[in-house]
Design a protein around this ligand. Structure first.
Ligand SMILES: [Zn+2]
Length: 418
């Protein structure tokens, strides 16, 4: 996502490295620096593996659990930084059976080890935490956990935290310069709900009173903001795409009421998209983790191997053609754009938030290449020329600029078709 945010910032703001991407800030706070800077307390360790193990009490909007950090020391050190928003409580930090002392400063947590950790050694510690996580008000553009209901009144709870940072809901080394190599995501959910996270489902365990624990394993490096919870009363089906690296599993999770239209829309869009992108960019980067689309109550996000989809099974961008040429209505913008991020954003991730244009510009370009594959070079060119209108700001297609001039953080509802 961040399609419009990127355009907005490219024009309006050199001050990109803020904690909340949507806010234009002209000064930096100490909290911003702790979030954005690559300091020795962060470069001293290379994160290898996380085991995030959380329980979401949906009715209370309360999260609790732990994250195991397994890392390799890149230099001798005794103090490191991880990140967790300060509204969430760190209960303890455990290392080799003992509790470590830690100090919090805004959303950073500084942990001191009892002795020097030597360069090259591989160690781990576990952070136990709990609290009421930030509720996203306008996902996916602002961050946090979005609590929603489906049309049957069942809870529907998802995460979106690009920009603001994944530490808004789970403890991690929240900097794009270091991706974890693999990760186990364990999510315990209330009766009648399922969790769909990234990677492959390893097992589902009964943990009592109808609660279930879902273990998802991600075997590829993943950036923090792509790690996702999608909790709902989903229906699921599978398919296979015969891709450049062999069979790629496709798994789809949507609300039960939407199964039929989803099967049609996904059926029409996903394989042509994969064929086009594999042609232009090489194999889908995460065969081991499969490709998934997961329906969400927000518009969409490029969550790695579990792309969030909320485009209501319509072509275009919420039914609109961003290029105003006609080409934008021949395909589902969210399926194509968010999946394009699997190559540009997820496989290739910028080291610094200030360079997020790398994610967005190449993914926007992928849209026109997709059109070119299906309809020829002229069509792709017309689409590019058409979308240029939004860059030049002579056609505020979803109200991005207007809204911001008025000082609101609402990025699209005002000018768009919500
Ligand atoms: Zn995007």
């Amino acid at each position: 996502m961040k399609y419009f945010a990127a355009i907005f910032f490219a024009i309006a703001s050199p001050f990109f490295a803020t904690a909340q991407l949507m806010q234009v800030k002209e000064t930096f706070t100490r909290a911003d620096s702790l979030r954005g800077n690559l300091t020795p307390a962060r470069t001293c360790y290379d994160i290898n593996y996380y085991h995030l193990d959380v329980k979401l009490d949906v009715s209370k909007r309360f999260i609790s659990g732990s994250n195991l950090f397994s890392f390799t020391a890149t230099q001798d050190f005794q103090l490191l930084q991880f990140d967790l928003f300060d509204n969430l409580k760190v209960e303890k930090v455990e290392y080799n059976g003992q509790s470590l002392s830690f100090k919090r400063e805004f959303n950073a947590v500084f942990v001191t080890f009892p002795s020097v950790i030597r360069k090259g050694s591989r160690e781990n510690f576990t952070v136990f935490y709990s609290g009421y996580p930030t509720v996203a008000k306008n996902a996916p553009w602002d961050g946090g956990i979005m609590f929603s209901k489906d049309e049957n009144g069942k809870s529907w709870v998802v995460t979106a935290c690009q920009g603001v940072g994944a530490s808004i809901w789970w403890p991690n080394k929240d900097h794009q310069a270091d991706e974890v190599d693999s990760m186990l995501i364990s999510v315990t959910v209330p009766p009648g709900l399922q969790d769909v996270s990234n990677g492959r489902l390893r097992k589902v365990s009964d943990v009592g009173k109808g609660w279930k624990k879902y273990d998802w394993f991600v075997s590829n490096p993943i950036n923090n903001y792509c790690v996702a919870l999608n909790i709902g009363d989903y229906t699921h089906w599978s398919d296979v795409y015969q891709g450049e690296k062999g069979p790629l599993t496709l798994d789809y999770w949507v609300l039960k009421a939407n199964r039929e239209k989803a099967q049609k829309q996904f059926g029409e869009n996903v394989k042509p998209m994969l064929k086009a992108f594999e042609h232009w960019f090489g194999p889908y980067p995460f065969y081991e983790d499969g490709y998934k689309l997961v329906e969400t109550p927000h518009l969409g996000m490029e969550h790695q191997s579990a792309v969030a989809y909320g485009n209501k099974f319509r072509n275009g961008y919420m039914g609109r053609d961003l290029s105003e040429t006609g080409w934008g209505l021949k395909w589902d913008f969210i399926i194509v754009h968010e999946s394009g991020h699997e190559w540009f954003g997820n496989n290739i991730t910028s080291k610094d938030l200030a360079d997020m244009w790398i994610h967005e510009s190449f993914t926007n370009y992928s849209e026109s290449l997709f059109i070119e594959s299906l309809y020829g070079k002229q069509a792709g060119q017309e689409y590019v020329n058409g979308t240029r209108g939004s860059i030049q700001n002579d056609r505020p297609i979803i109200g991005t600029y207007n809204v911001n001039k008025e000082g609101s953080g609402d990025m699209y509802y005002k000018g768009g078709t919500s």
